[in-house]
Design a protein around this ligand. Structure first.
Ligand SMILES: [Zn+2]
Length: 615
């Protein structure tokens, strides 16, 4: 597909957690907890407040269509600030320093004063009904010319445990939000830029790592389409595909719009109560509903059931809107008869609704209040289809790259000043000018190839590794670069795959092990065993002693080699030099981990040569 021809414009909003000791507005630690360890819980009803100009944000308004009660898990590592029972403390200066470093890395202009704002969010992900955010820098540039528009320092939201239950351990962890201009024009470009930004962030060495610590929102539009924001893409590899799917959805919705206009379709039908038509129905959902409402979408026939993304139809969009009223979904005649609704039911429905050939009748079944709300939402979304694509915030569906409607794009009415927090003034000469920029990981990888002659892919893995400081320190102390590189990128990962908690082996312990191998105290074959032993709680020094104490000397190995040759005389005579491989296997079985493999093979080769000569 020629994306440039379609006028694809995409931008990124990247959220990255910072690795600070304390949270953004209180002194609590930034650890994630096991939700089973929560010490107490409490609940909140959240409502939107009007902005200072008396406006109510449209996204918030929609969240309030059903009153929701949220439950929060609190811990011995959270305080009254997270509970919103105490005013926030001042802005975490370490977090601000890291944010400034990031701003400088992207060539951005810092703001002289950092003002904290409240951003209305009432989906339950915070206890206060807003998220605190502060604009820190503006206008940076990426390789390739795309601009970074803004850099904000924000507080992380609470983690959803399940529908309407949230965990407070994550709330308030400092987070930077980087927003690019909508200057990306192909799906691949979007993914590359996301990768680049992630790399720059990790180059600071001060961001959190691992699943969920970085999240990408992508905003996408095509010519004639609308700005749609897809929230929370966690896997980088999915980004290009998510963009392709959204382009496909917008293209298909535009084609549907054109067809609807040609048919002079209408979305202004009068909803009718059709509960009586379904007494004694075979459909379980219709059977237990106290109200069934229907509306005729004139000219929509066949288009509501048309696929716009894998497993998604215009009908799914209508359904997403209806679900905001608390209903489970909708039925529409494009997909009927089915779900226990039979042809006779449909016939009566068509007649009651005065529907004809290219119409589509939509049904909602619930209690009277929910049904009224839902059928209005269906009409609202259907009328949007007549003009094209609504501006929306959408979420990624599990197990793929299709998306579902979440809420309208928020408007300007959602931000207002946070008066509990004083602005922070930037001291240019004291702070900004003195920020030393770290080496980018991409540059570091290139340097490891040049200086240590590592293979480029190994160099890349080392440079991007969380254990890179072990590499730096070990090499400085004379350990061979390839030994360190293979240990941190290969051995640790292999042992981790067995389920061993290798994160318990801290950098100092690993360094001690590597130095012992370099000195010859340990064979490198025992590194995996040592990692397992240390991970299970043994001190590094003790573990090293245990493994080095059982080492064999070269003389021991020689004696063993001679014995093995004696025991397998016949075999060795038959095979000659080719016996080396099998014999090596036998010998290694006896000495594995207690003497270096290279030493063993040297000793055995010499013993074998001697043996063959003597024969
Ligand atoms: Zn706290």
């Amino acid at each position: 597909m020629a994306y440039k021809k379609l006028g694809l414009r995409a931008g990124l909003e990247i959220h990255q957690q910072l690795d600070t000791v304390e949270k953004l507005f209180c002194h609590c630690p930034t650890w994630l907890r096991n939700t089973a360890d929560h010490t107490h819980e409490f609940c909140r009803y959240l409502r939107a407040t009007e902005s200072e100009l008396g406006e109510l944000d449209r996204a918030a308004k929609e969240e309030m269509m059903v009153m929701r009660r949220f439950t929060y898990y609190a811990y011995d590592s959270t305080c009254l600030v997270e509970d919103d029972e105490e005013p926030p403390f001042s802005l975490n200066t370490d977090a601000l320093k890291i944010t400034h470093m990031i701003a400088k890395l992207f060539g951005m202009k810092p703001l002289e004063q950092v003002h904290t704002m409240r951003k209305l969010v009432i989906d339950g992900s915070n206890t206060s009904g807003f998220q605190r955010t502060a604009l820190v820098a503006l206008d940076g540039i990426l390789p390739g010319g795309c601009h970074v528009e803004t850099l904000c320092l924000e507080e992380e939201a609470a983690q959803r445990v399940r529908e309407e239950v949230f965990s407070l351990d994550r709330l308030g962890i400092p987070l930077v939000e980087i927003t690019t201009a909508p200057c990306l024009h192909t799906p691949e470009e979007v993914q590359e830029v996301a990768e680049y930004i992630g790399m720059v962030l990790r180059s600071t060495g001060k961001v959190k790592r691992g699943i969920g610590t970085i999240r990408q929102d992508i905003n996408i539009s095509i010519r004639g389409g609308a700005r749609v924001e897809i929230k929370g893409v966690q896997e980088l590899e999915l980004i290009a595909d998510v963009v392709r799917r959204e382009v496909e959805r917008q293209k298909n919705l535009l084609a549907i719009r054109n067809e609807l206009q040609k048919r002079k379709a209408q979305a202004d039908g009068e909803p009718k109560d059709v509960t009586d038509l379904f007494t004694g129905t075979e459909s379980a959902i219709l059977g237990k509903a106290t109200a069934i409402l229907a509306v005729n979408l004139r000219g929509f026939g066949g288009l509501v059931g048309k696929e716009i993304q894998p497993d998604r139809r215009l009908g799914s969009e209508l359904s997403d809107y209806a679900k905001k009223c608390g209903v489970g979904g909708i039925f529409h005649t494009d997909e009927l008869p089915a779900y226990g609704i039979i042809a006779e039911d449909m016939q009566r429905l068509w007649e009651r609704m005065g529907a004809g050939g290219d119409d589509c009748v939509v049904l909602v079944a619930a209690n009277p209040e929910q049904a009224r709300c839902a059928i209005q939402q269906v009409l609202r979304r259907a009328s949007m289809a007549l003009s094209g694509i609504p501006k929306e915030t959408r979420r990624l569906l599990e197990g793929g790259s299709s998306t579902a409607y979440m809420r309208p794009l928020p408007g300007a009415a959602r931000m207002y000043p946070e008066t509990d927090i004083l602005p922070v003034t930037l001291d240019y000469e004291g702070q900004w000018d003195r920020i030393a920029l770290p080496e980018l990981l991409s540059e570091r990888a290139a340097r490891y190839v040049d200086v240590y002659h590592l293979d480029p892919s190994l160099a890349h893995q080392v440079a991007y590794s969380e254990r890179v400081s072990v590499f730096v320190d070990a090499v400085a102390r004379g350990v061979k670069p390839t030994l360190v590189a293979r240990t941190i990128t290969g051995t640790l990962r292999e042992v981790q795959r067995e389920g061993v908690p290798v994160e318990r082996v801290d950098d100092t312990a690993l360094l001690t092990v590597l130095e012992a191998v370099e000195r010859g105290t340990l064979a490198k074959e025992v590194i995996p065993d040592l990692v397992r032993t240390i991970a299970s709680g043994t001190q590094a020094e003790e573990a090293i002693q245990r493994y080095s104490a059982t080492r064999f000397s070269v003389a021991d190995v020689e004696a063993m080699a001679v014995r093995i040759l004696e025991e397998r005389k016949e075999f060795v005579r038959q095979r000659g030099k080719a016996a080396m491989g099998p014999l090596m296997g036998v010998l290694m079985e006896e000495v594995r981990g207690r003497v270096d493999g290279k030493v063993v093979s040297g000793v055995l080769r010499r013993a074998l040569d001697r043996f063959l000569k003597e024969q």
